[in-house]
Design a protein around this ligand. Structure first.
Ligand SMILES: [Zn+2]
Length: 212
């Protein structure tokens, strides 16, 4: 872990407090014996099923990042059903608080992929992206984000009192449309935070923040 706790604190603090709203699938049919809510939940779960293999891969990338001494977050890019790029958080090993998994993914996409692919591709991420990553994804031309763990669940996991900010609504007011899908396999995804490096100075700050 990087000892540069003061440098990294604002990014993590912002990351944990600036949360992303959720947009889930909806249903239109109502079979007999089910309430509308039951049906919506069933169909939403069915539609989320297709994302599970990619989200599970994000969780593995997040665990790998944690084992390397970074914050446990991972992201990947899918185009036409295939993974074309993968990225991990490298904030601490690179000593750069902007190196979130999504930011690393965006940079690699810019370096290696055709511009035509970006609007057609889907970004998968182990946790709902922070405001910095969401803004950069939008500006880079990505249009669809599927995430594993919601920020509300993340805040709850660390005992923080952060409030959700609806980034989809925010970007809509800016004329930038982003589709958010999730959470997917959230309970499973919360386990990746067990791989948060113990010596991370931010962990101590999070504990202090949680106690306030
Ligand atoms: Zn981020």
């Amino acid at each position: 872990m990087s000892p540069a706790s003061k440098k990294h604190f604002p990014s993590l603090f912002s990351f944990l407090l600036l949360t992303i709203g959720l947009i889930c699938g909806t249903a239109h049919a109502q079979p007999q014996g089910h309430t509308a809510d039951d049906t919506a939940a069933t169909l939403a779960n069915a539609s989320l099923k297709e994302h599970e293999p990619f989200i599970r891969r994000c969780y593995q990338l997040a665990i790998d990042a944690g084992k390397k001494g970074n914050h446990p977050f991972g992201a990947l890019l899918v185009h036409k059903g295939k993974i074309v790029l993968e990225a991990e958080n490298t904030v601490l090993t690179d000593n750069d608080f902007t190196n979130h998994a999504e930011m690393n993914l965006i940079a690699e996409a810019a370096r290696t992929l055709s511009r035509q692919i970006i609007p057609e591709a889907t970004v998968y991420t182990s946790c709902a992206p922070c405001a910095m990553c969401t803004a950069t994804l939008a500006m880079a031309g990505f249009t669809r984000i599927v995430y594993g763990v919601s920020h509300d669940a993340l805040n709850k996991r660390f005992g923080l009192k952060g409030k959700s900010v609806s980034c989809p609504a925010l970007f809509k007011t800016m004329g930038m449309e982003l589709e958010f899908v999730g959470p997917v396999l959230e309970k499973e995804g919360l386990r990746v935070f067990d791989f948060w490096p113990e010596k991370d100075p931010h962990a101590q700050m999070l504990k202090k923040q949680a106690r306030k």
